[in-house]
Design a protein around this ligand. Sequence first.
Ligand code: F6P
Length: 580
Amino acid sequence: MLTKQYKSYHNYEKAPVTSVAGEITTGFAAIAKKILAACEKEKTIVVLEAYPGVDRADLFALADALSPVCLIDADFCAFSKEKLADTWKEELTDDRVFGKMTTAKLSDYYESDAIEAARAQLDAVDTGVCVVAGTGASLIHPGDVTAYCDLSRWEIQLRWRAGGTNWRCDNPDDPQLTKYKRGFFIEWRLGDRLKQPLLKTIDFLIDTNKKGMPKMMNGDDFRAALKQIAHQPFRTVPYFDPGPWGGQWMKQICGLDQNEKNFAWSFDGVPEENSLLLKNGEDVMEIPAMNLVLNQPQALLGTRVYGRFGAEFPIRFDFLDTMDGGNLSLQVHPLTEYIQRTFGMHYTQDESYYLLDAEDDACVYLGIKTGTKPEEMIEALKAAQETGEPFDAERYVNRIPAKKHDHFLIPAGTVHCSGRNAMVLEISATPYIFTFKLYDWGRLGLDGRPRPIHIEHGEQVIQFDRTTDWVHENLVNAVRVLHEDEHLKAEHTGLHALEFLETTRFWFDAPFDLERNDSVSMLNLIEGEAAVVSSPTGAFEPFTVHYAETFIVPAGAGAYRIAPLHEGEHCAVIRAEVRG
Ligand SMILES: O=P(O)(O)OC[C@H]1O[C@](O)(CO)[C@@H](O)[C@@H]1O
């Protein structure tokens, strides 16, 4: 059977880079040489701090390249694997997906006598280079020279899939969900909390995303690069992943591996998970985009948004591709109170679906059908779960036809899912794993197991008063025209008043200017081949975006102008900001 061809410009950039001034050094030997050149004292302590998940072979190859007179493995000062597993029981829970967000810091999990012993070992050395390496190295000593060995979250996930383990854990065969839970609720939080102050002072930042091929930039250049990015438009590096309901659209439009059966998700605009590529000449290094959030929160987010969320990026753009695929699970997200009380999250997973493309039969399931009896629907869901018999979704949930450029708003508590044959640009609050699946259409996950269903959570948050008329009036194309002239139409498309994001769609065939609202802007070119984002005051270099690419304009970039790349081309962008 021939796969349908979708209209494509073949210009989606899968590996967007940002040019920066800092020199990039590649390979263990060259990196060691640079670090050693910074060791000015007769006795120098080099700290190689490592994000949880950095490959230990890489880390110690680097430590060895420094020919240390004394080498301390920081991981040995941490709690034993057994003690950690026991200590984290409450955060890890027995659930397949959900843990509880830790409020701890990494130093809570180190043995003070082991740290004292390590310090005594360092004190005993009179001359030469001593290296303290590993996660928590900077807890043992602040370092005369400090390098931070970093790793992106996507690479960590790929390593887990290939049999890698969590930090201080022997779990190569654990399901990916189990590894992810420990990463998401504990390791990444501890890692980021330790990293944030270090980013201000480290002498070097080392990218360890490619095993055996570390790359390094010196600390001042690295901080200058982050500052630069916080004042200009940029893109994060998207990643794409297959799924049980995945489709064929991204494969063509984003130029992905044609041999993959499907692609379901793409995170293109989730700084918490995506990376940045820094380029200097021919050299490129990868860093977690979270570094930018941690180091430049105010310039990136704006004072108002930073004041409200802290160093967290609250907006998420991602793709859900069901073109020639299947329905997403019928699902609901927790209300704010529920996510705070149950999972320790600050704010909840409010969502919206913007239809980038759709087949004639596309639909979105949204809200409860008027007249539904809550107990009856929950009983039917539970029965489907227990017996494997189908759940009659259309009896209880509104099935609403969906077409290109429709925008469906999904405040938490609203039962929903995209049906098949839709290409969704999800414009949502950042939390992304708090999905209570109610029904998964009787199919299995890619691992051959049924995916986790959480009716017992779902039934506590479903808003049964979001019925048919209310949904149509409030959640489907709630579009308000803000401005219209010959070359520009600006429309407010959402989100619902219960959600903290504001979305505006701009149709244009000539340049137009956007004022700022002290909020970071996240945008996507939803129509047209390409557009150019520029600064009316020349504050940054013009930046070209292509069809379907998500891009970020930091608050620090100031006012910006968007123009079609090809004069007169009919284009559109959708912009999300935090409501003022
Ligand atoms: O649970 P499914 O069927 O995979 O649905 C798609 C997923 O994508 C999200 O919209 C974003 O990650 C979640 O809400 C949801 O889990």
